[in-house]
Design a protein around this ligand. Structure first.
Ligand SMILES: [Zn+2]
Length: 649
């Protein structure tokens, strides 16, 4: 476009038009994302501090926790329609500078890897583990204090996570320093005096960090390089060499003894994409937790703690979340209906007696549970339950036991497991977030796995509209969410009375993750009931994904159009049959149909804008259908038939 007028006004208007033109063009090419129909989890928002224990922020609701996606992955997993997913994993093993004394012996590492693969491998998730030896004597000799940072030490506020003997109780913030009886004359005498090793005494005047005073044992001054401990962030920055986009980073460190000194994970749904960054991604485990169930006598949790952390990394929350998060993690009672950080009741799970609800882990096949310790086989002592009673004040009877996302697996003799919902959510998260972790060669990867359930609706008496989300794992091969894959969709239609299947193909198109795909079938016959299913085809490798999905309900086409009312018929009869009115209307309609697109094209400069206009209309239809969908189906995993109700094809 040329802005060449000499008149200021004209130039101004030209610029205004140009700005409008550019912004309109942007809008026109924006991809519409499929918005799942209303469900129990839609609109469920979770606020801090609960959110920090459940992997999401209040602004972000993970796709794989939405009913629409969770249900499809559950069905696909159960029906074995999902491709295997082999995760590129790096185990970072600290050792001394001379490569001696790795922090976890090789036999225990191998047992841990076998345990991981045996549990996750049941449903096609395996770990391709690369052992990365991190030879660093400084870190190898020191302890990692979980969730504590140098800035928190000695700031006058007692920080719970820093309150260990390793930090001299938060640099003295958490203790009455006077009780230690520091002899002030000994401060700065070049001999480390632990009674004065607090911030208020400038850490014995620096004596405890002097080289001859063994700083690795005595130095607690956070500003000193010889500090006897380090933080998660420092460890990751030193050890992790690859970003979280390329690989699942797992590190092992020594830790002090404390309640939360086991493992930590950067969940995929925390804001700012921390999982992607080398310095913040992955999981860190305490060295003594690594091994297999056969090592339970020497390995804390018998190797299950890493599996628990992998569960978090793949989007799972604790099974006791909501019921107990209040008292166990943060103080305070259980969050029951109407209290705690719940914004609404859409994320609630039914409590054990079905009368009340608790905020749960959003897996219907894990019952709301207390934190349970003290396992001996299947028996858990009542006294080991926190809280002791549920939201109705009843003693716990039915709750989820021996689950990797609870805690009672920590005791020897507990055999933990994941439920089907948990497996399917983790598999969904791999597609949704971590597609770039796939370690299979490109030639074996099928970009399209699960095509999501089409929502089918009769739009008028002669056409059916299908709306569905493009697969979640497209366009993510390089960890870049804005990527796309060239796919076409095969739509199969069958009348419920015949065996014949009609196959329709959409054009190949670049689709983005979860993009709204719309297909209108105008070839339906009156008086017929149809079912549809959809699958994605990857034209690059010529293969369709194992990805059939099923129409949400049967679509019945009415036998005939409603007949015109007698009054209007009579009125028509009185018209002159030779009148040219009809031709005039046709001319006006044709003129509008020609002029409108030209007008839109001039404004937006792109024919895509027409589809944007029509999309808004699709949404109107979909809103109507959504209500039908809600009434017609319920997401109950225990009775879900795997879509078989519609498996007529
Ligand atoms: Zn946890």
């Amino acid at each position: 476009m040329k802005c060449s007028s000499r008149l200021t006004r004209a130039v101004l208007s030209c610029w205004v038009f140009l700005v409008y033109y550019i912004s309109a063009l942007k809008t026109a090419v924006a991809v519409k994302v499929f918005i799942p129909p209303n469900s129990k989890t839609k609109g469920c928002t979770v606020s801090f501090p609960y959110a920090s224990y459940h992997s999401y922020s209040s602004k972000f609701f993970p796709n794989c926790d939405k009913e629409y996606y969770a249900k499809q992955y559950y069905i696909a997993l159960k029906d074995k329609m999902l491709n295997d997913f082999r995760i590129n994993t790096a185990f970072h093993i600290l050792a001394y500078d001379d490569h001696s004394e790795p922090i976890v012996p090789d036999l225990l590492l191998e047992n841990q890897i076998s345990f991981l693969n045996s549990v996750f491998g049941k449903h096609g998730i395996t770990f391709n583990v690369k052992k990365v030896y991190v030879n660093n004597t400084h870190f190898r000799k020191r302890l990692n204090v979980p969730f504590c940072n140098r800035e928190d030490i000695g700031n006058g506020i007692c920080s719970l996570m820093c309150n260990t003997s390793t930090t001299n109780y938060d640099g003295g913030d958490c203790v009455d320093v006077d009780k230690f009886g520091c002899n002030r004359t000994s401060i700065g005498n070049n001999i480390c005096n632990q009674n004065c090793n607090f911030k208020i005494f400038k850490y014995d005047g620096g004596d405890c960090c002097l080289e001859q005073e063994k700083p690795v044992e005595n130095c607690v001054d956070p500003s000193n390089k010889g500090l006897r401990w380090y933080s998660y962030a420092e460890y990751k920055d030193m050890a992790f060499k690859q970003s979280g986009i390329e690989v699942f980073n797992v590190g092992f460190t020594s830790m002090p003894d404390c309640k939360w000194c086991g493992g930590m994970t950067t969940a995929p749904f925390v804001p700012w994409g921390a999982w992607k960054n080398r310095q913040t991604s992955g999981s860190i485990l305490r060295d003594i937790t690594i091994g297999g169930p056969q090592n339970s006598d020497i390995v804390k949790g018998g190797g299950a703690i890493l599996l628990h952390e992998v569960g978090h990394a793949l989007g799972l929350g604790h099974t006791f979340i909501g019921v107990e998060a209040g008292s166990f993690n943060m103080g305070g009672g259980p969050f029951c209906k109407g209290d705690g950080p719940m914004k609404n009741h859409q994320c609630l799970e039914r409590n054990q007696n079905s009368r009340t609800w608790s905020l749960g882990d959003l897996c219907p096949d894990t019952l709301p549970s207390p934190v349970a310790f003290g396992c001996r086989g299947d028996k858990i002592k009542d006294t080991a339950l926190t809280p002791a009673k549920d939201c109705d004040g009843n003693r716990w009877v039915n709750f989820t036991k021996n689950n990797f996302m609870g805690f009672n697996y920590l005791q020897a003799g507990c055999k933990a497991e994941f439920t089907m919902c948990q497996y399917s959510k983790m598999r969904c998260t791999l597609d949704d977030v971590y597609s770039s972790w796939q370690s299979l060669p490109q030639s074996l990867i099928q970009p399209s796995t699960v095509v999501l359930e089409p929502i089918a609706e009769l739009t008028n008496a002669s056409s059916v509209q299908l709306l569905f989300a493009a697969p979640l794992n497209v366009g993510l091969r390089d960890g870049n969410k804005s990527g796309s894959n060239l796919l076409s969709f095969q739509i199969e239609r069958k009348s419920i009375l015949e065996e014949k299947v009609i196959v329709m193909n959409t054009k190949e198109q670049n689709v983005f993750q979860g993009q709204l795909v719309v297909y209108v079938d105008k070839t339906v016959l009156p008086g017929t009931t149809y079912v549809y299913r959809v699958r994605a085809v990857n034209p690059k490798n010529g293969r369709a994904g194992h990805s059939f999905s099923y129409s949400s309900r049967l679509i019945h086409i009415p036998r005939a159009l409603p007949s015109p009312s007698p009054a209007s018929s009579d009125r028509n009869k009185t018209k002159n049959p030779q009148s040219d009115d009809g031709i005039l209307i046709v001319i006006i309609v044709a003129a509008v149909m020609i002029i409108l697109p030209i007008f839109v094209f001039v404004i937006h400069g792109n024919w895509n804008s027409l589809s944007v206009l029509s999309h808004s209309c699709y949404n109107c239809k979909r809103r109507y259908f959504t209500r039908e969908y809600e009434r017609g189906t319920s997401f109950d995993l225990t009775t879900e038939s795997g879509g078989k109700e519609y498996t007529i094809l």
